[in-house]
Structure formats: C-alpha cells, structure tokens
Design a protein around this ligand. Structure first.
Ligand code: UDP
Ligand code: MG
Length: 153
C-alpha cells in the first residue's frame, strides 16, 4: 500500500469545495489516513514549492497558498501516488480533462484546487513535512475486499 499527500488549496476552501474534492478520492476507494487544516507560513510554503524558486510566479503562488488555511490529507491505496495524480488532472485547469478534479472545478493554472505529490519520494518527504507520526493512522479499512481483488493488495 502506498501513501500520498493532497492539499486542498485556499481557492477550494474559499469556494466551499472541501467536501466535494475529498469525496472524489474517498469514492475512488482511497483510504484517508490523516487529515487536518493548517495555514502555510512563508517558511513552509517556500519549502513546499522549492522546486519552483526560479520561476517568475514563485512569489505569486506562495502568496496565494497563504491567503487562507488549507486541508492537508494523507491518502492510502495501491499505486496511490499515480492514481491520485490521474484523478487530479493536468496542472492547467483549462487543459485538465473533464472528470478530473481540476478539469471539473478549475479555469486556471495557479488556482487549480488541489496539490498532489508527484512521486513516491516526494510523497514521503511531503507527508513528513505536514504530519507527525501520531497524526497518521494505520487502521482496518473493512471494504478493501470490495475495492480490490484479493491478489491486488
Ligand atoms: N503554477 C503556476 N504557474 C505555472 C505553473 C504552476 O501558478 O506556470 C502553480 C500551480 O498552482 C501548480 C503549482 O504551481 O499546481 C505547482 O506547480 P507544478 O509544476 O508542481 O504543478 P502540479 O504538480 O501542481 O501539477
Ligand atoms: Mg508538483
């Protein structure tokens, strides 16, 4: 079982889409292993978007991520990193396919509703950044036998 991180961005919090976005992942069969509301600081958002530090939009995206609190959530499942990226869709909401979160709720590159870890390595780093070990829960997910065949997990 793989774990990944999503962040429901300020735009989605402001637009009242927290439940709608989360339910996409729940309905797919991903298990919520940790969830909380946090507010990014200059330090934590700079670390989170360090790979964009040379981009002209770096300061703009950092400001946008601090405008209101966000929801950070750990999702678990088989191939969770890839599955969640597929559900989220392309970075540009105008290009993201209908049926994806961004394709259905975003008209923007920046204001694209949700962040999702892009590799198993970044998922591990990002989960450690936002959650302490006791905030991530390992619990029976009793419908697993209906979500997967018994040779898939
Ligand atoms: N972003 C932006 N302008 C761009 C590219 C990205 O404002 O030209 C923002 C956008 O919110 C995106 C985030 O920076 O989600 C991180 O960019 P990344 O390339 O990692 O895209 P993602 O992994 O979120 O699809
Ligand atoms: Mg990214």
């Amino acid at each position: 079982m793989e774990k990944t991180l999503i962040i429901i961005k300020p735009g989605a919090v402001q637009r009242g889409l927290i439940g709608e976005v989360l339910s996409r992942f729940e309905k797919k069969g991903l298990q919520v292993c940790g969830i909380k509301m946090i507010r990014f600081t200059e330090e934590s958002v700079s670390e989170h978007y360090a790979h964009l530090s040379q981009k002209p939009f770096f300061n703009r995206i950092k400001r946008a991520m601090m405008i209101s609190p966000v929801i950070v959530c750990c999702l678990q499942g088989v191939d969770a990193v890839r599955v969640v990226r597929h559900l989220v869709g392309a970075t540009n909401g105008r290009e993201a396919l209908p049926g994806t979160v961004r394709g259905d709720f975003s008209m923007s590159v920046q204001e694209n509703i949700v962040h999702a870890s892009d590799s198993t390595d970044s998922a591990e780093t990002e989960l450690t950044r936002f959650f302490s070990p006791e905030e991530l829960f390992d619990y029976d997910f009793n419908n697993r036998g209906f979500i997967y065949a018994n040779n898939e997990f």
